[in-house]
Design a protein around this ligand. Structure first.
Ligand code: 5GP
Length: 184
């Protein structure tokens, strides 16, 4: 489907994102003081959130990325999760914090939790910028949550539609008629 020329409405402004991420950073820094913390960004959607979150955590931490394919160019989850690029270092003995853009059905994150348990981290927690609780298929604990949102497809601040719009500095929704016709 070609990318429409949409009108975009702001759902969460850049200012609100930044204020909330500063709070999360302080909370995480307090909880992980003295611990060997590794942030694991789940690609691609988390890269913007992770970049801001890691700078809000005043600790000597490390950063890893995990490539995961669950959506393709569609707006519906297939439920199938595939690790497309793995961590570069072992997790054993480290305090791992998975960093997600959004928990929707919970299928991706629950799959990752299960597959990471066998890597024996000292602890494994989750930070997610967004949560759509009404869409839950597998309940999951979000230890550090930015915002709860209703069941609607959002873009921006790392989140894409057909691989575009990740660079918007806010979280938004597409409101154009052409996009609605495309199945939103
Ligand atoms: P889940 O496995 O929890 O259903 O889906 C997680 C992934 O689906 C997210 O990391 C994200 O890539 C994608 N996703 C879920 N909801 C949205 C949304 O509203 N907008 C975008 N752009 N991606 C979403």
């Amino acid at each position: 489907m070609p990318v429409p020329d949409p009108q975009i409405e702001v759902v969460i402004s850049a200012e609100k994102l930044s204020a909330r991420i500063r709070e999360l950073g302080r909370e995480i820094a307090r909880d992980y003081t003295g611990k060997d913390l590794v942030l694991i960004g789940v690609l691609k959607g988390s890269f913007v959130f992770l970049a801001d979150l890691c700078r809000a955590i005043d600790l000597p931490l490390s950063v890893e990325f995990l490539g995961v394919a669950s959506y393709g160019d569609e707006t519906q989850s297939s439920g199938a999760v595939q690790i497309t690029s793995d961590l570069t270092r072992p997790l054993e003995g480290k305090h791992a914090l998975l960093v997600e853009d959004i928990v929707d059905t919970g299928l991706t994150i629950e799959y990752l939790r299960e597959s990471f348990a066998s890597r024996h981290p000292a602890s494994l927690k989750l930070a997610s910028l967004l949560h759509k609780p009404s869409r839950t298929k597998r309940p999951t604990t979000i230890d550090y949550l930015g915002f709860t949102i209703p069941d609607e497809f959002v873009i921006g601040y790392g989140l894409d539609y057909a691989q575009k719009f990740r660079n918007l500095p806010y979280v938004g929704r597409i409101v154009s008629k052409s996009a609605s016709a495309g199945g939103f």
